[in-house]
Design a protein around this ligand. Structure first.
Ligand code: C2O
Ligand code: CU
Ligand code: CU
Length: 455
């Protein structure tokens, strides 16, 4: 399945402030949708499960582009079929450009020094077809594969002709979480998160992305040495470490790792995964592996001195006191039979129901959404229509790379993450937007809810 081609779709380029009309015609044999992930737009143009495109049918979405410069993406959001359809290829990238970010001294020549990378793991059958299965394990953990496709290609090589490269990463995988870095350990700068540039570049040697999340990074290749962007698949299951291993974990890892033993998933952010690898080995943990994403071959050695802009963007201050109310969202997974019979993946105890509006928010207001994870797995929580800010994780301020504009946020087992959302405009009392887990098998299994924005 693809869009204008056999697999994935073309990269769309849009400019902040312009109006677009998207004409989608379906030659598929099943109902599909096209959702503009990360966009602030009217619900009728959102492309969620309420905008189905029947086989042979068509759908037109009209909206104004009101986004900061960033990389967004579009993908199928068909009711209970997002997983298989995205897996088969119904997805593509969207570049939004805006004046402020274009004016910065950053690489922005598409395909030359500004490279989009759609990261998707896939399983192949011996005849070359995709394997997509919803046996229990693939529903619970999400569908994963052992072969990496980057922009639909296996083992891509990029010949760099410039000193700096801007890589725009989207984790377009159904379920796998990754930690990206370079095989020689070199540091780089993260400059953007889901919905725009960060206020200032963040120097780091790794970026963690869950399904749905994006990042922009700048890497210096002026030393002329070949280097590979690599990704470690991350464990997303908390095998009861809190219950059984609190003290043991503390002893093994030192008292300063107490936070890690209380909340094992949090260690990704701190780069402590390796130290726990042995304890977590086996069983559900065999998904952990390293993938090569992109082999970069610089044309020549230059040894230029690379400079980075000191400031990238100005973002509104995160002011929780502006919120008129707090809503709680508790993510849960029923295990075993309950899960397989359906109804096991819930938010606030309820599984997705197209006929039920779960939340109604008032336009022109700011709210806090507190997302709590009562399950044993990390879930990427995604909200349509808005770019939000992370206030805190269990009361602690988010890392610098998470202080920008976000539409998807990982919530670790046992964690409570507070988000600040502003519902600027676009009201519709009947047509809802979605919020859901972006592990697509969890979304399809019901870990999704609906909200309307009303006047
Ligand atoms: Cu990327 Cu509701 O989706
Ligand atoms: Cu979305
Ligand atoms: Cu999930």
């Amino acid at each position: 399945m693809g869009i204008n081609q056999p697999f994935l779709g073309p990269t769309l380029e849009m400019h902040d402030g312009e109006s677009v009309q998207m004409n989608v015609r379906s030659a598929l044999s099943e109902t599909a949708t096209v959702h503009w992930h990360g966009f602030h737009l009217p619900a009728r143009a959102d492309g969620g499960p309420h905008q189905p495109i029947e086989p042979g049918g068509s759908w037109t979405a009209e909206f104004d582009v009101r986004q900061r410069g960033s990389m967004f993406w579009y993908h199928s959001h068909a009711h209970r079929r997002s997983g298989p359809q995205v897996y088969q290829g119904l997805a593509g990238m969207i570049y939004v450009r805006d004046q402020a970010s274009e004016a910065l001294d950053l690489p922005n020549d598409y395909g030359v020094d500004d490279i989009p990378l759609v990261i998707q793991d896939r399983a192949f059958a011996s005849d070359g077809s995709f394997i997509y299965s919803t046996r229990m394990r693939n529903v619970m953990m999400g569908m994963m594969g052992d072969t990496m496709l980057v922009n639909g290609v296996v083992e891509p090589v990029f010949e760099a002709k410039t000193d700096r490269l801007r890589l725009r990463l989207v984790n377009g995988s159904n379920a796998r979480f990754y930690r990206f870095g370079f095989d020689d350990g070199r540091s780089f700068h993260q400059i953007g998160s889901d919905g725009g540039l960060l206020e200032a570049p963040v120097q780091t040697d790794n970026v963690v992305l869950a399904p749905g999340e994006r990042a922009q990074v700048i890497v210096d290749v002026s030393d002329g040495r070949p280097v590979s962007l690599v990704a470690d698949g991350l464990e997303i299951m908390d095998m009861g470490m809190r219950g059984m291993g609190g003290n043991r974990g503390r002893d093994m890892m030192g008292s300063d790792r107490m936070r890690g033993s209380e909340r094992p998933m949090g260690d990704w952010m701190n780069g402590e995964r390796e130290s726990r690898g042995g304890m977590m080995g086996g069983g559900m943990m065999d998904e952990r592996r390293r993938f090569t994403i992109l082999d970069i071959r610089p044309a020549e050695r230059r040894s230029q001195v690379i400079t980075m802009p000191r400031r990238l963007a100005t973002l509104p201050r995160i002011d929780p006191t502006a919120a008129v109310r707090t809503r709680r969202f508790v993510l849960e997974m029923g295990m075993g039979m309950r899960m397989m019979r359906g109804g096991g993946f819930t938010i606030n105890g309820r599984s997705m129901d197209m006929q039920r509006i779960d939340e109604s928010v008032k336009v022109g207001t700011t709210e806090i959404w507190q997302v709590e994870n009562a399950s044993m797995m990390a879930h990427p929580f995604h909200i349509h229509d808005v770019q939000f800010r992370i206030i805190d994780r269990d009361g602690r301020a988010p890392a610098a790379a998470e202080q920008g504009l976000k539409d998807t946020v990982v919530v670790f087992p046992g964690e409570a993450v507070r988000l600040l959302l502003r519902f600027e405009d676009y009201t519709d009392p009947d047509l809802p937007y979605m919020y859901h887990c972006h592990i697509l098998e969890h979304e399809d299994a019901g870990m999704m809810g609906q909200f309307v924005v009303t006047s």
